[in-house]
Design a protein around this ligand. Structure first.
Ligand SMILES: [Zn+2]
Length: 262
């Protein structure tokens, strides 16, 4: 069910849980086998609901807060109970009477016991926390997001809510040996963010999204944990957009702050 799991431990303040799901332990079939949380317009609704129930039961967490990701820099803020999606909010208007999932590529939250989720299948899921300030965040950082500074925007938004000492976890994504891009796209990306420079296993221009993510976060003073196996190289355990020629399911990066000890 997880490529990485860090459960909250009581430390006298509300500690955070961090999870990056993988493909295993769900009920979706075919290209979505099996723990799929995305492509909700295509996968079976019943399977999606079961996958979410299994995840929430395993972690003992409240309804996940999600966004409709569009490679932008919009941030969804959650500061009040009124800001929360209900248990089926992640399915948006696929559920009769449901509200559309808010459009954003980042979420920043100051409430305890609220899990934030980013859905990915090659892009970089990043989750962040200042445990002592009680602020958490989650962001979708692909090539476009890195270049449009979605991570800097997220860090700034967290700072505006009191975060002063951030750490971040960088989850599974396509690696620099696999993420081949056209030469002109690579050149533009290298100019904007030199840490992206890489060569593919085929000796062509590629982007190292993990190195780019780490460089951006460290420049912003964030302590970085890399827990990021390559999605393309692990088809049995991770969804990959490229590996499935665009028909992949989605795994999620997840963070929540334990309110029971705060
Ligand atoms: Zn790779």
């Amino acid at each position: 069910m997880f490529s990485y799991l860090r459960e909250p431990t009581p430390r006298g303040v509300g500690d955070v849980g961090v999870a990056f799901t993988d493909r295993r332990g769900g009920v979706s079939v075919g290209g979505f086998r099996s723990l799929n949380f995305g492509r909700t317009d295509v996968d079976e609704l019943a399977a999606l609901r079961t996958n979410m129930s299994l995840l929430r039961a395993r972690l003992g967490i409240a309804p996940l807060q999600t966004v409709h990701q569009v490679h932008g820099t919009m941030i969804r803020h959650i500061d009040r109970v009124d800001d929360l999606q209900g248990p089926e909010g992640w399915l948006g208007d696929l559920v009769p009477g449901g509200a559309p999932v808010p459009v954003a590529d980042s979420i920043v939250c100051t409430l305890p016991d609220v899990p934030l989720a980013i859905r990915v299948a090659d892009c970089v899921p990043v989750v962040l926390a200042d445990v002592h300030a009680g602020v958490i965040g989650a962001a979708h950082a692909g090539r476009v997001g890195l270049l449009t500074r979605v991570l800097q925007a997220t860090v700034d938004a967290m700072a505006s809510r009191g975060a002063t000492s951030l750490e971040a976890w960088v989850g599974p994504h396509i690696c620099g040996r696999c993420y081949e891009v056209p030469d002109d796209m690579a050149a533009q990306a290298y100019r904007a963010l030199p840490a992206l420079r890489a060569r593919s296993r085929w000796h062509t221009a590629s982007l190292d999204l993990g190195a780019g993510t780490q460089a951006v976060l460290e420049a912003a003073g964030v302590r970085v944990h890399r827990v990021d196996p390559c999605t393309l190289e692990h088809p049995d355990t991770l969804f990959s957009h490229r590996g499935s020629r665009g028909r992949a399911g989605r795994q999620i990066g997840l963070i929540w702050r334990d309110g029971s000890t705060s």
